[in-house]
Ligand binder design. Sequence first.
Ligand SMILES: NC(=O)c1ccc[n+]([C@@H]2O[C@H](COP(=O)([O-])OP(=O)(O)OC[C@H]3O[C@@H](n4cnc5c(N)ncnc54)[C@H](O)[C@@H]3O)[C@@H](O)[C@H]2O)c1
Length: 251
Amino acid sequence: MNLNGKVALVTGASRGIGEALAIGLAEHGADIAIYDLESEEKGLLNTKKLVENTGQRCWSYFLDVASKPQITETINKTLSDTDSIDILVNNAGILTPSSLEGLDEKTWDAHFDVNTKGVFLMCQSVLPHMRSKKSGRIINIASIAGRQGSPTQGHYASTKAAVITLTRVFAQEVGEAGITVNAICPGIILTEMGKNNLGSEKEIKHWSNVAALKRLGYPKDIIGPTVFFASDLSDFVTGQSINVCGGIYFH
Ligand SMILES: NC(=O)c1ccc[n+]([C@@H]2O[C@H](COP(=O)([O-])OP(=O)(O)OC[C@H]3O[C@@H](n4cnc5c(N)ncnc54)[C@H](O)[C@@H]3O)[C@@H](O)[C@H]2O)c1
């Protein structure tokens, strides 16, 4: 799974899964452009250093994926810095647990703005370049929540179900241009988001027990499937969403 000579973009890369994916893609030979909110500068610069430690090049940018003007400006800047965009990993996401009955409109909108509109706008912004090259790989980080949904995650799960659908439709619309679009549905991954969501040691134990592999995930568990979707080995795979959850969910 060789990504030599490719440039991969990873959003939400200041920590957690995004940080692991930036490093993992670099370890497989890609140069990396990373993005996160300005408030996450420290984490973003740390990820840049870790990517550069692999020997690959790394460019970092402040970007709110919910803002179309920022995306347009930042992707133009990226292209002039890197000369190419071969792989896009839409990883940025938010989760504030709440019952649907108790959820306020602002929180609903914020989740859709970041988790769903962010993916849509980022895809739109890189596709003209990928089309001109007649190749490209887009990998969306969805969630097993988007397959089913669970209490306190109705809004989040809805955003991720929409990402799975966007993945299917983008794949059908851009396949003839040699571009594949796939999604990864992580299970419970021990990041800031994963831990916030679980809340207690008791829940961590419970879900570890439910998982076929008897453990929860680490950010590095998402690297293999992402590199597979980014590499030539997945040439004939598009529009698919794969659960990477240690066997918590099976559909
Ligand atoms: N951790 C889990 O259990 C889990 C499970 C399934 C799916 N996911 C998904 O994986 C992705 C990464 O999650 P994580 O667990 O690493 O979470 P995290 O909270 O540790 O990291 C999320 C990153 O996204 C960034 N971000 C948030 N809003 C942004 C915005 N508007 N613009 C740009 N960047 C923004 C954050 O600053 C942060 O760096 C998310 O899409 C999440 O929904 C996580």
